[in-house]
Design a protein around this ligand. Sequence first.
Ligand code: ME8
Length: 660
Amino acid sequence: MSRSAPLPSSDPSADSGAPQTPVYITTPIYYVNDKPHIGHAYTTIVADYLTRAHRLLGRPAFFLTGTDEHGARIAQVAREHGIKPQEWCDRHSEHFRAAWKRLDVAYDQFIRTTDKRHVDGVRRMLERMHAATVPDGKPVIYEGIYTGLYCLGCEKFITEKELVDGLCPSHLTAPQKLTEKNYFFRLSAFLPQVERLINENSIRILPEERRREVLGLFKQGLEDFSISREKVDWGIPLPFDPSQNAYVWVDALPNYITAVGYGDDPESFARWWTQGTVIHLMAKDILKFHAVYWPAMLLSIGEAVPDQIFIHGYFTVNGQKMSKSLQNAIDPNLLVDRFGTDGTRYLLLTQFPFGQDGDVKADLFIRQFNADLANDLGNLVSRAVTLIERHFEGRRPPGGASQPIDNEQRQQAESCGKRFAAAIESLAPHDAIGAGIDLVRAANRYLEKTQPWSLAKENDLARLGTVLNTAVESIRVAAIILSPILPSKSRLILATLGFTDPEAELNRQGLSGWDRCPGPFHLEAPIFPRMDKVALPSMEKALMSEPTAVAGENVITVDQFRQTQLCTAEVISAEKIAGADRLLKLQIALGEERRQIVAGIAQHYKPEDLVGRTIVVVANLQPATIRGIASQGMLLAASNGPTLRLITTDGPIDSGSSIG
Ligand code: ME8
C-alpha cells in the first residue's frame, strides 16, 4: 500500500510527533427533572464532535457529561410522584444516558452529583474554602441571614426587578420568599481577579458578544452569594455545619473537577484540569455561574481556572423557547427514529452557526437530509464506486497522467483538511463540518465536469481510472473529516473504499500518513437512502416529546406501530344484538383460536353477508365489555361520513396471518 500525506495538519506539532496539550471538554450536567430534548442533545453532540475531532488531530481528549441531581426542585418533583429523590434521579439520569447511547455520544465519563466520589470531592472543596481567607485576612465563607425571592425552576434567588407580573419570566411561576441562615461566599474579594482573567483572555469567553455581556456584569455590580440552604434536605451537608446543605450550584459546578480526580487522583487531575486545555460548553442561561462564580470558587481554593467557556445559541421552536410546559420540546430519540443516529447528529449541528441562536424548523429536516446526505454525499459515493465496480471489477484503477483539473481536486481535498483543522482550533464545529461537505460538493462538481460516464462509454479506461482515483481520494478525505459528525457512516464509507479496519484507520491520530484507498471497492447499499416526504402537515408535531393529539397529525414511531398486532380473521358467524341497532356480535377464527368481537357495523353490513369473509382485526387489544357482551378485539374498517367498508385482503389467505 502506498502512503500519502494528503492532510497536513494546521498544527505543526501534529506532524512532528511532539506531545500535544490534552483537551478536557465538558457539557453542563443536566437537571433530572426533565427528559432530554434537542437543546441538551445539541451541547452534548458538539462536545462529542469536538472530542472526536481533537483525537483525529492527534490530541488527547477527555469528554465529561452527566446529570445534576440535588436540590429543592428535584426533591419536590420526586415527592409529587410519590417516590424517593434517589429513585427519581436513577430513573431520569438513565433517560440521558439512553439518549446519548442512541446518538453515539462517546463520553469518557458520565458524572452524577449523587455519586459518592463527587459528594466526597464537594465536601473536600468546601472544607478548603472554609479554611481559606482573602488577602485582608477575612474568611472566604461567612455566616449571614438571607431574605429573598427564590425561583425553584431556576434554583436561584431572583430580584423584584427580574419578575414579570410577579412571576419568574423563565418559568412563569411565583417565586418563594425565603428567610434563613445561610453561609455566604465572599465573591467581592475575587471579582477584580476574575475580571482581569477574562479581560486578558486567560479565561476566554466565546463568542465575543457573550464576553462583553459578562464584562458588563462586573460593571453592574455582583453580590456575595449564599452557598447553603437550611431547609433543603436533598443535597450535600456542609462539612462544617451539617444542619445546612450545599446550594445546588455549589454542588454542581465542582463536577468538572471531581470527575477528573480533584483530591483523590492527583495525576489525572494535573493532566486534565491543571495542565489540560479546559473547554466548558453551554448555552447562555448559565453563563454567569460559569464565567464568574466558578472561577472565583476555584481561585478561593487555589486551583486553576477554565481556559475557555463557549456559549452556544439557543434553540427555539417556531420562535418559542423549548419547554416542558409549552409541550414543544423536540425529543432527540424521535429524530433518531426518523433520520438515524448520524443523520440526527448532522441535522442538529448544522442548523445554525455555533454560537448563534436559531429557530428550529423541523419541517426542513427532510429537505436538508435529502440534499446534503442522500444527494451530495450518498450519491457521490455511489457514483464513483459503482463505476469502479462496473469498469474495473471493483479494483483500484491503474493511475494515469493527471490533468490540471485532477490536481485542483486534490488540492481542494488538502485545503478542506486544513480548513477542518483550523475550524476545530477556533471552536467552529459548523465550519469544520462545512469543510467536509464542501469537499463532497467539489467532488460532485469534479465528476460533472470530467464526465466519467462518457469516458466509460468511449472506453477511455486510462482517463476514467485517473478521474475515479481522484474522486475516491476526495471521498476518503471527506469521510475522515466528517467522521466526528458521522461516526458510523464514515466507517461504512471507508469500508466501501476497501479499508478492512476503518476503526483502526480513524484511530491513527493525526491527519497525516494515511493510506490511499486500497480497494476492493464495493457498495452494498446506499449510504444514506433518500427519505420520502412523509404525508404530515407538520414534521414538528411528530417530534415533540409529548405530542398533542390532533386528528390526522399525530404520529407514532415504527416501534410503536409494531406494538399493534394486526392479523387476518375469518368470520364464522354474525348476529344482531338486541336493543343495539349499530352493533353486531361476531364469532371469528384467528387460525386455531376462536374469539368473539362486538363491532359497530350493523348499519352497513347484514350478518349473513359477513359469514366466511376474511377481515382484519387488532389482536392484542385489552378485552372490553360492550353492552354487557365481551369483545376480544376490534375489526378494521375505513369510514368516510356515511360510508363504511371493511378492510379485507385482496385474495384468499389463512386466518391468523399477521399483517405488517
Ligand atoms: O442548567 N437550546 O441544567 P439544564 C440549546 N444543571 N441548548 C439548550 C436549550 C436550548 N433550548 N435548553 C437547554 C442546568 N440547553 C444545570 C447546569 S452545570 C454545572 C449545571 C442545554 O438541564 C444548554 O447546554 O437546565 C444549557 O446550558 C443546558 O442545556 C441547561 O441544562
